[in-house]
Design a protein around this ligand. Structure first.
Ligand code: FES
Ligand SMILES: [Fe+2]
Length: 420
């Protein structure tokens, strides 16, 4: 790949081609639970410093971080009935970024209407299924996708964030790279645990298929065939920056060019015996990437192993130096699709997978193997049997459900209670 193409595909700041593409899609940036616990949160998204808040009327806002008066940090501001007030001299801003109060100016010089000439950048925010979504692109905004799993009930949902120190694209290329599972999660994981035994079943065949909302990958591994492939799932590289596996999503949200917010959304169906199960609130937590004792990456959990793969490629992977093989057919397909989308945007057209049809958005179906299990559930006995089968099939699952390190005890307990 030429250096200029690598730049084009990876840079996300304002005015960059890929930055413009990313701004056309709603991005998950925080959890509803976080803003319930504390009403302001500093965030960095696509290279812009911002503050997310929930005002006293319950409305969300996302505005630029520094007050236009004398640049104080609005994440230390106070939320009001309408909007956010700077704690330094009390200027107040609404969710559209309008300055609606300047206490001293209005007292001493009310006829100047100075506030009418002040405005800050502000972006729409919506809450959906425990997440807060931001849109930073041109109007009219598309809809926040209502992916099918968001409509499911009788499940325990948790949201997990990690700040991964590398560019978003190498994270997303992982969504279309089936072979890594065999090595990073099976063989390497096994070796790190000093387990003897042969290498995991090899990948024999890969296939990739473009769908409306992304690219699906399929695989055949040793011990299976196309009708009944061993441990294979139609996984979706979800456009433009997520992975979807059936009951979990992972978004790779660009914080800036060299830092990515990994946002995991995990759905676990409770046993049939627990129905009807209603989750009071969706917990969120942050999973560490670095082991504080050694200063090295955490390697014990599935997603942490992915992070090792991504971060190892460098802040922004130098794709001029790579040597692609046939295993990378999906990666190539994805890059080409992005380049085609960038051309479309340059011509004033829309990129792939924007959702504007409210009827369609009532429930957007994705390829899901075992849909029936997620929707209708299993009994405790059936669940135990499946878990056993899964553990035997692949080393990566031998350590159980946990995909990420550092789950708080309270969340683990709530999960265990729900699944009991
Ligand atoms: S710096 Fe914000 S009101 Fe003065
Ligand atoms: Fe992985």
């Amino acid at each position: 790949m030429e250096a200029a193409v690598n730049e084009k595909l990876t840079r996300v700041g304002p005015g960059t081609p890929m930055g413009e593409l990313m701004r056309r899609y709603w991005q998950p940036i925080a959890a509803v639970a976080e803003l319930d616990a504390h009403p302001t949160k500093p965030v960095r998204l696509l290279g812009e410093d911002l503050v997310l808040y929930k005002d006293l009327s319950g409305r969300y806002g996302l505005v630029e971080r520094h007050c236009p008066h004398r640049r104080a940090d609005l994440s230390y501001g106070m939320v009001e009935q309408c909007g956010l007030r700077c704690s330094y001299h009390g200027w107040q801003f609404d969710h559209d970024g309008r300055c609606i109060e300047q206490p001293f100016e209005e007292t001493t010089n009310p006829e100047s209407h100075y506030k009418d000439r002040i405005r800050i950048n502000a972006y729409p925010v919506e809450a959906k299924r425990g997440l807060l979504w931001a849109y930073m692109g041109p109007q009219p905004a598309p809809l926040v996708p209502n992916w099918e799993p968001f409509t499911w009930g009788n499940g325990f949902v948790q949201i997990v964030f990690s700040e991964v120190p590398c560019n978003w694209l190498q994270c997303q290329e992982n969504s279309i790279d089936p072979v890594h599972f065999e090595w990073l999660h099976d063989n390497w994981a096994q070796r790190m645990r000093n387990r003897d035994g042969p290498y995991a079943p090899k990948h024999l065949k890969l296939d990739f298929e473009e769908i409306d909302y992304g690219i699906v990958y399929k695989r055949v591994r040793e011990g299976g065939d196309e009708k009944n492939p061993l441990w294979t799932i139609g996984r979706v590289c979800l456009w433009p920056n997520a992975l979807f596996t059936g009951n979990h999503f992972e978004w790779r949200v660009p914080i800036n060019d060299t830092t990515t917010l990994s946002v995991g959304w995990f759905f676990n169906r409770v046993p049939k015996e627990r129905e009807p199960f209603v989750q009071e609130s969706i917990p969120s937590w942050t999973s560490p990437v670095i082991d504080s004792a050694t200063g090295r990456n955490i390697t014990s959990h599935i997603m942490n192993q992915d992070f090792v793969g991504w971060v190892g490629q460098g802040g922004i992977a130098d794709r001029t130096k790579e040597h692609l093989g046939t295993s990378d057919r999906g990666v190539v397909m994805m890059r080409r699709r992005f380049l085609a989308d960038l051309d479309r945007i340059a011509k004033g057209e829309e990129p792939k997978a924007l959702i504007r049809d409210a009827k369609l958005n009532q429930c957007i179906q994705l390829p899901i193997i075992d849909r029936d299990v997620f929707v209708n559930g299993l009994t405790r006995a059936e669940m135990a049997k499946r878990e056993e089968q899964r553990r035997n099939a692949t080393a990566a699952y031998q350590e159980g459900f946990l995909f990420l390190s550092g789950q708080p005890d309270a969340v683990r307990k709530a999960f265990d209670d729900a699944m009991r």
